[in-house]
Design a protein around this ligand. Structure first.
Ligand code: ADP
Ligand code: MG
Length: 351
């Protein structure tokens, strides 16, 4: 046949399709950790403990004390699109859980070896079972277990050589994971978190349940951050504009860091919102004389219909309705607070 003939179109095998999709959801160890923590939170856990080997490439182990997984559900647990959280597309609008697509665990089984140990309330023993490519490798085995679920993800990207090589050369995934756990720990101050490297005696993040967000920030980010924070609160009850509520903490005029830290939760989801981050950086840069970067923890509550949580494969970015209006309102609150803290400081210096 001639060279102008079109190439033949083939159907990709399921295993190729699934591995490609999995590589999008699980981009690096920290993305698997985020999914596992969110599952533990969705399971109403009060304690979540992480253990990592080799920045998560060798082992990610997440143990929680949540409601566990039913024995009958174990066969389909790691199949794609199996979830206990969503049933209709319309549910997406009001969904409170962080998971909803039933894709995280499945994805992990296509790019690593996953072992689940779980026990449900009132059972005398738990079950342990390993998964590969969406399916159980054997029947669940009865085993001793403490309340909740433990998930082990081993040899991440064992079948994606290029991805594994790039990640092995970057030493920073463990610090990304510590950063992630830190963020969850200050928002979910009703849950205790710990994160430890295998072989280390001390945990790198270790929090206890506390009713005070400021205490949680102090225990994760240190006293030097906590003592320079101002309370941030704003709400907007004008139904004609975009309705939102916000609370959190922002650093004052005395605080100076080289890099901005902005811990942002929208409707209890940990997200990135680069437009808001830039807008706040501008406020600090123009209000304070020195080019000091701020620390902020912001929790925003928006009507669920004003936010689309399903725009990003890792659910990292969300899209917000009337984003400019919301950003402007937050900017002006931050600016007001910052100005008064700066004036107080100047006043102190003069007297
Ligand atoms: P999703 O979170 O979107 O539902 P996942 O693949 O992350 O999808 O998890 C699939 C299902 O497995 C969840 O819906 C939940 O029922 C169950 N599950 C996963 N992790 C846990 C856990 N730590 N505790 C209890 N149930 C869990
Ligand atoms: Mg999930």
């Amino acid at each position: 046949h001639s060279s102008t003939d079109p190439p033949k179109i083939n159907r990709l095998s399921d295993s190729v399709v699934n591995r490609i999709a999995a590589g999008e959801v699980i981009q690096r160890p920290v993305s698997a950790v985020k999914e596992l923590i969110e599952n533990s939170l969705d399971a109403a856990s009060t304690s979540i403990n992480l253990l990592l080997k080799d920045g998560g490439l060798k082992l990610i182990q997440v143990s929680d004390d949540g409601h566990g997984i039913r024995y009958e559900d174990l066969p389909i647990l790691c199949e794609r699109h199996t979830t206990s959280k969503l049933s209709s597309f319309e549910d997406l609008m009001s969904i409170k859980s962080m998971g909803f697509r039933g894709e995280a665990l499945a994805s992990m089984t296509y790019v690593s070896h996953v072992t689940v140990t779980t026990i449900t309330n009132g059972q005398l023993h738990g079950y342990r079972v390993s998964y590969r490519d969406g399916a159980m490798e054997h029947e669940p085995r009865a085993c001793a277990a403490v309340k909740g679920t433990q998930i082990m993800v081993e040899n991440l990207f064992y079948n994606m050589t290029a991805r594994k090589k790039t990640l092995q050369n970057s030493a920073d995934d463990y610090s990304k994971i510590v950063d992630l756990v830190s963020r969850f720990a200050i928002h979910h101050n009703n849950v205790s978190f710990s994160c430890r490297k295998h072989g280390a005696t001390r945990a790198d993040v270790h929090t206890v349940v506390t009713p005070s967000t400021l205490d949680a920030i102090r225990s994760v980010y240190g006293v030097s951050v906590a003592r320079n924070l101002i309370k941030l609160e704003a709400s907007d009850n004008d139904p004609s504009s975009s309705v939102f509520k916000m609370h959190g903490f922002m650093s004052n005029a005395n605080y100076a860091a080289k890099k901005i830290t902005m811990v942002l939760f929208i409707n209890d989801r940990l997200v990135e919102w680069s437009a808001l981050k830039r807008a706040i950086e501008i406020v600090y840069a123009t209000t304070l004389p020195k080019a000091s970067k701020p620390f902020l923890y912001i929790s925003i509550v928006l009507p669920p219909e004003n936010i689309d949580v399903n725009v990003h494969p890792t659910k990292r970015e969300v899209s917000v309705l009337n984003q400019e209006a919301v950003i402007e309102q937050i900017q002006s609150v931050v600016e007001l607070r910052l100005r008064s803290s700066d004036e107080a400081r100047t006043f102190q210096e003069q007297t």
